[in-house]
Design a binder for this molecule. Sequence first.
Ligand SMILES: NC(=O)c1ccc[n+]([C@@H]2O[C@H](COP(=O)([O-])OP(=O)(O)OC[C@H]3O[C@@H](n4cnc5c(N)ncnc54)[C@H](OP(=O)(O)O)[C@@H]3O)[C@@H](O)[C@H]2O)c1
Length: 321
Amino acid sequence: MLAAYASTLDAADPLSGLTLGERPEPAVPDGWTTVTVRATALNHHDLWSLRGVGLDASRLPMILGCDAAGVTDDGAEVLVHAVVSDPDWRDDETLDPKRSLLSERFQGTFAARVAVPRRNLVPKPAALSFEEAACLPTAWLTAYRMLFTQAQVVPGQTVLVQGAGGGVSTALVALGAAAGARVWVTSRDPGRAARVRSLGADEVFASGARLPARVDAVMETVGAATWQHSLRSLRPGGTLVVSGATSGYEAPTELNRLFFLQLRVLGSTMGTRDELARLVAFCERTGLRPVIDRVLPLTEAEDGFAALDRGEVFGKVVFTP
Ligand SMILES: NC(=O)c1ccc[n+]([C@@H]2O[C@H](COP(=O)([O-])OP(=O)(O)OC[C@H]3O[C@@H](n4cnc5c(N)ncnc54)[C@H](OP(=O)(O)O)[C@@H]3O)[C@@H](O)[C@H]2O)c1
């Protein structure tokens, strides 16, 4: 079957290891099933994998991709939850020390078919297209858990989202606004302000700009470039949720600020299958839909990777096998 996979890893030139070609049909262990992929979405995670972050050379060749929406062998339309936990694990899947994401230990979704545990399937409502559904399992699920499970944002609160055009940041803006929060956004690119406002943002600021007031919660995926601004933007008792660090891991912790203002700093990773089902219901019932920058045939995957790597994407890049 046709697939986009990592054949080599290179921290400096990740795209050099991206290969489009034939891979064997997926093996299906006990308790697993096959999904014929109708749409799959690109994440920054796929670039990290090609850089060798989270993916070891001993596992190559590895089909990339965490996200899929498609059809099971018995004709059910489904989304795939990308977090694979141990078969005996019964708690929150993201807390299983043995968990992995599709494309880390098990072959990923940038292919005609993918094998997944049956318990990872979530029914796809007819109201969502396959392309829209494919955006939910990673970026949108991560945003959902950051806002509602970790920060416990409620209507009327002010939330700062660092970064404008990212897959996670566009989801944070749209979900936060739909839930009744006042959403402020920072961006390196002032040209993105109008698009961010159309998603529901109330104000858009230049990265690092002084805000008119302190916020209740900050959603952080940028990392080193925005970390201090995130800490300094919080009101006493406010919450910083971090799920990524695209610009680097090292930043001053400012311990004095943490204890004196009683700030809460919470890490967050992906989400549970139940949270994905709730996110799907949220989209179905509110009419909210993922922001899609472009839909490409899987044969043009390299163009999508290159655009993401250059920071040119606003929302999600979707591939159709
Ligand atoms: N822990 C998890 O489960 C999880 C899940 C999903 C993603 N992540 C991580 O979260 C990060 C974002 O993922 P994504 O898929 O949303 O990636 P993406 O689509 O590439 O998003 C990049 C975002 O980062 C901002 N940005 C990048 N470099 C910046 C800098 N130097 N200064 C200011 N802003 C900068 C961009 O803002 P502008 O629009 O203003 O350019 C954009 O909003 C990645 O590192 C990813 O690995 C983690």
